[in-house]
Structures are given as C-alpha cells and as structure tokens.
Design a protein around this ligand. Structure first.
Ligand code: GLC
Length: 672
C-alpha cells in the first residue's frame, strides 16, 4: 500500500474539471467575496494605497486562481479551506514585502514588457566559482556593468546536503543561503545593489523536488504522515513498477528508473533526478501552498526572475510519461496569477528541456498565452547552433527557426549557447526529416563529433549520461572547448585558433540579435576552456558537467582589454555585439524575426524589423567564403549600406562575400 493516494488516471484533473462552486458564477462570486474579506483582514495595518493595490490585483487575478486551483483540487471536500490558505499566504507575503520592492512592482506594472527590451543582456554564474561568496559577487558588479549585463542568474545558492548536491539543485532549505556563500542578508544586500545598477537578480526555484535532508523530508523519514504526503512514497514496487512502464530515465548513469528504496523507512521514494532529490507531490494542495510561500519568500528577497527548474516533471499521472502534463501547466499558471497579486515585479523563466512542441507551451497557450512563464530558455536554438557548426550546414537551423521561433507576443526567449547543463540533441525528429536528416543517426553523429571522435571534429567534449539501453547521450564542454579552441591551442595551430574564436563570436552574434534575452555563461566572454579539476572532487567526479563549470579565471579576465590576446579578442567582440544590440530597438524580443531562406546551405539569415529600423543579419556557418545571395532575400539593401558591428561598407548591387564564420548586421532603411 502506498502512503499517498494514487493519482487519478484520467480526468477530472483536466482543465474542464472545475467543481460547481467555481463553475457556477453566483457561487464563485460569493466565494471571492469571502476570500477578499480574508485577505483584507490579513492586510490590516498596511497603508491604504498598499491595500488598494493588492485588492485591485486580487480582483483581477483571484478568479483565475480559483479556476486553476479548482481544476487541480476542486474535488476535495476541504477545497475551500485550501483556497483560503493559499490566498492567506499571498496576503502575508505581500505584507512582508519591502516598500522598495513594492515600488518596483509599480514600475513593472507600468512597463510590463520590461524583459523584452533590446537593452536586456543576461549573464549566469555560480557565486562560489565566480567570486567565492555573495559579497564577492557584489564586488564584481563593475565587471557586470562593463559587460552591459541587466540580468544576473546566480546558480542555486541555498543550503544543500554536504557532499553531492547536484550543483545546488538539491535544496535543503529555501530560506537559508549556503553558509559557504554567505547569509540571507548578504543575498538581500546583493539583490538591492544589483537593482540599483539596473541588474535584475535571477534565482532558481527548484520546485519539483527538495533535498532528502530538507526538513519536510526529514519529518517524512521520521514517519510523520503529514510530511510523507509531501512526497511520493510507496511500500512496495507495485505502483513504482506501474509508473515506470511509461517513464523516461533522466539520469540513468546515477540510478535506473525513477524510484529509490530507502532502507530506514522501508519505502520507495520518487526521485526523478538523483537519489537525494525527492520529488514533491503536488496532488497534495498543502505542497502547492507551502511552495507558494517559499516562492514568495524568494520574491521578497529581491528575485525579479525565478527560473522554474525542471518544470516538465511537477505532475505525475499513472500511464503517462509524467512529463509536460496539463496539470504541470495549471500549477505554473496558478503560481503566476498569485505572483501577479502579491509580487508583480517577479516573472517566471521556464526550464523545460523537452521536445520543442512542449518547450513553447510553457509560455502558455490560448487564454493563458503569456500568463504562464514570461520567458523561457531556447534550447532548440542552442542545440541547432552547435549542430550547424558541426555540419557546416544550416538546413535544420533555418527550418526549425522558421517554424518554431514565434512565441506569444508578451514573451521572450532566453537565447544562449551554453548553460551549466549538458547539451542534449533536442531537435524535433519531424524537423530533421523535413530537411532529409535521420534524427537518431544524426544524434549519434553529433555525439561522436563533440566528443572528438569524428573526422574533422574541432571539439573537445565529454559524454554525459550515456544510456546503453537506447544509446542516448548528452555532451559536456565549455563553449570555447566545443568550438575548437582547446584542440587548436593544444596543437599550437594559429589558423585553427582563429577559426575557433570566430565560431564562438558567430554563435554569440546570433543569440545577441535574433530576438530575446541573450544569456552569457560567464567565462565564455574570455574563452574559458574545459576544467578537469572536478575529477579530483568526489562530490563532482561522476558528473562530467563540471568540466564546463570552471572557476572564473580572473587572471585571464585581466587580459580582456588586450586585443593581442585570445581573451582580449573574444571579450572585445562580445562587448561590441552587446554595445550594438543596445542601440538597436530591432533586436528586442517583441520585434518580429523573419528567418530567411537563402538557398545557400551554409548561410543562416534573418530580418529584424522594428519600424523605423530594420536589420538584415547574414551568418556564414562554414570555413569557406560564401557569396551572399542578395537577390533571393526579401530585403535588398540599398547601396551602400553598413555593417553595424564593424562598419564595413557593403554594396549589395556588386555582391558581397562572407569569410569563414563571418556575419553581417546590415542596417536597412525602415519599410515605407
Ligand atoms: C535542471 C538543472 C540541472 C539539474 C536538474 C535537477 O535540469 O538545470 O542542473 O540537474 O534540473 O534539478
């Protein structure tokens, strides 16, 4: 027998399944009146304007919350009690929110598309690896400013178990900073200092699971039935076996299947990722409410973006893959609506590394478009940039972006070339087939290519999570090492070094200009190579992703202004791209991106148009010179026109050639 009720195999958990109390307009109105009274009481003592702001937002979003929560929990007898608890949590969090953050709420409400601006530029780093501590990060603000960052994602920085903790993604407490990094007050100070410089703090919200030593897990282990219901725990293998029939293995090198047996409690616990990461049970409304409280706590610390970690996994249902279920979307929409009420300066970033059809759904669809996650990683662009570099062909990149780049108008992609995670070849097989590529074989090729086993490979990368059952594998390696710099340096080959630098700048040029928030994995701007030191650390040795998480090399960074050095060349090039991006409204996320067919298999081209400015971007993904087929492009540039980055003059009527890995950002007159 399991200690949690088995999730229902079929609706009523579908969207339509709202209970009568919500579906009937009259009873909904009276429920909302009662809830409004409850929250009003909780706000007693705040000043009148603050109360009015909250209630205005309550009136706007509370019906959505009721509806969404109703589809998840409306069948329960105690549903309205849970709903009341949820709104009480929101009101109390608002009460605790600082005046400064409430002022930010007002500014963001007046400029709701702030994250779509062309001035946005993101950076991501581990606090310890980048600067030792949170105070150290604060001291580096001038570096962020020099680069032009307006968004800083600090990798998980909360208390974790001693020993392996998945780079912080096993959270022992959402309320405590890892003592090695500092304190919660340090984090508050840092967020305020960043904010004062126009940099938004991005934190992870690891909400699919807690560490196995989180207080709730400890209580569950001690036998407390209340907390056992926070997780998925089973006395024998019957239910786990039934679930596993339809589950994917996520970390097969670490453990097979999705469950781990814990001797001391005699139970199988759902552990999608590592054995020390226990999946939370969102079919229990107490978990939803509790995690709302943790989330709003982080909002009140000053996070302006929460990266919703592993979003795809948060709802489980027997007989399904337990990924991307409709209820996962419902949970995020409900959280989002509550955030709009209690901390509207906060937005969500989706981390869904799943099929591209599913990735885009986390922006929300239909009436929820733009009301689920406002921004999302763009893993497809990332993998297809690497795919194009390996093949020197842009068919797949062009085809996929033509069909998949568009998103709801209020949203933005977060475009990146590298993250702290592995690269998994998550393009759609359907897209590949359209351009004559066999998905499975192509993935095998890319894996060989990026682990240096393919003729002509320039990359030094490593396997991650090889699964012998299906030959699935992902790739670890820094941008510079995957782009050829490590190999070229080892071979002392100046020509190869040149090409590697050009590859790095080329793929960064795309993320800077294609539309969305460009995100730099800090260290990339100075071309940091793979770091093999992790192999000596028992807490990290089994996870090859650490190879691309090197400590920031500040000595290398000190050479960033010297154009005769490699870090200097890369830093200067990326800084220039950022500078130009910030001058070009056309590069904003809300501006349409038209991906062009050039007829040349090595070129990738697109048009960004925000009247009155238009920019035609053409990139050469090969080592050979390529002529630009201006005749085939919808926008024929007038003579002469200029590359915004280098100032190069182009006379399109006479033709133009792109050198190896070269690109142009041609400024065109606006459409008449
Ligand atoms: C996300 C993180 C990854 C982590 C996993 C489990 O995918 O990016 O680093 O291992 O979630 O939390």
């Amino acid at each position: 027998m399991s200690s949690v009720p088995e999730p229902k195999a079929s609706p009523p958990y579908a969207e339509e399944g709202v209970p009568p109390i919500i579906a009937d307009p009259r009873s909904l109105r009276s429920l909302l009146r009662a809830l409004r009274r409850t929250v009003r009481e909780r706000l007693e003592g705040l000043d009148g304007e603050e109360i009015a702001a909250f209630l205005r937002r309550f009136d706007r979003y509370a019906p959505d919350v009721c509806w969404l929560a109703g589809t998840l929990y409306g069948e329960r007898d105690d549903f309205t009690r849970h709903l009341e608890a949820i709104f009480t949590t929101a009101a109390e969090a608002y009460r605790a929110r600082s005046p400064e953050l409430k002022a930010l709420d007002a500014r963001r409400e007046a400029d709701p598309g702030w994250y779509q601006h062309h001035t946005m530029v993101g950076g991501v780093c581990y606090a310890d690896l980048f600067a030792g501590t949170l105070k150290g990060v604060q001291e580096r603000i001038p570096y962020f400013k020099e680069l032009g960052l307006t968004y800083l994602h600090l990798m998980p920085l909360f208390r974790t178990p001693e020993g392996p903790n998945d780079g912080g993604y096993a959270v022992s407490s959402y309320r405590e900073v890892n003592p090695r990094l500092g304190t919660m007050d340090d984090l508050r100070n840092l967020s305020a200092a960043l904010r004062a410089e126009g940099i938004s703090l991005v934190l992870d919200f690891v909400f699919n699971h807690t560490a196995s030593d989180h207080e709730w897990a400890l209580r569950a282990r001690a036998g407390d039935p209340h907390y056992q219901q926070y997780y998925y725990m089973f006395d024998d293998r019957s239910i786990p076996d039934a679930y596993e029939k339809t589950l994917r293995e996520i970390f097969p090198e670490e453990h097979q299947g999705a469950f781990t047996f814990f001797e001391e409690i005699g139970k199988w616990v759902w552990t999608t990722f590592h054995t020390y990461q226990w999946d939370l049970n969102y079919s229990n409304p107490a978990v939803f409410r509790q995690m709302l409280e943790e989330m709003l706590f982080l909002a009140n610390v000053g996070a302006e973006v929460l990266r919703l970690d592993a979003v795809a996994f948060v709802w489980k249902q027997m007989g399904t893959p337990c990924e991307n279920l409709p209820q996962a979307h419902t949970i995020i929409r409900a959280f989002n609506a509550l955030v709009r009420i209690a901390a509207p300066a906060l937005i969500f970033k989706s981390e869904a590394i799943v099929h591209p059809d599913d990735v885009v759904r986390y922006f929300g669809v239909g009436r929820w478009a733009g009301r689920e996650c406002e921004i999302s990683y763009n893993p497809l662009l990332m993998v297809e940039l690497w795919e194009a570099l390996a093949t020197r062909h842009t068919h797949l990149l062009t085809y996929s972006m033509q069909h998949r780049f568009e998103i709801p108008p209020a949203c933005a992609w977060v475009n990146y070339v590298r993250s702290h995670d592995d690269i998994g070849w998550g393009f759609a097989d359907e897209d590949a087939e359209e351009v004559g590529i066999h998905g499975f074989h192509h993935r095998q090729f890319l894996n060989r290519f990026y682990t240096g086993q393919e003729e002509g490979s320039f990359a030094v990368g490593y396997p991650f999570q090889f699964n012998p059952k299906n030959l699935d594998m992902r790739i670890s390696g820094t941008t510079a090492s995957l782009a050829g710099l490590e190999k070229a340096l080892a071979e002392d080959n100046p020509q190869a070094i040149e090409l590697a630098i050009r590859r790095i700048v080329l793929i960064y040029s795309v993320v800077m200009s294609i539309g969305g928030i460009p995100l730099i994995y800090l260290g990339d701007e100075i071309g940091q190579l793979n770091d093999y030191g992790y192999r000596d650390d028992p807490g990290k040795a089994s996870d090859s992703r650490w190879v691309h998480r090197p400590p920031m090399d500040w000595e290398r960074a000190a050479r960033r202004h010297d154009p005769a050095t490699i870090p200097g060349r890369i830093f200067r090039s990326l800084s220039r791209l950022i500078e130009v991006r910030k001058q070009q409204p056309a590069f904003g996320a809300a501006t349409r991106t038209e991906i062009l067919s050039t007829g040349n298999p090595h070129l990738f081209a697109y048009l960004k148009a925000a009247d009155p400015s238009r920019v035609l971007i053409v990139c050469n993904f090969s080592e050979e010179d390529q002529d630009i087929p201006f005749d085939r492009l919808p926008a024929f540039p007038p003579d002469p026109c200029h590359d915004l980055v280098t100032g190069r003059t182009v006379e399109a009527s006479k033709g133009a050639t792109l050198g190896p890995y070269e690109f142009l950002w041609l400024s065109l007159p606006g459409e008449a």
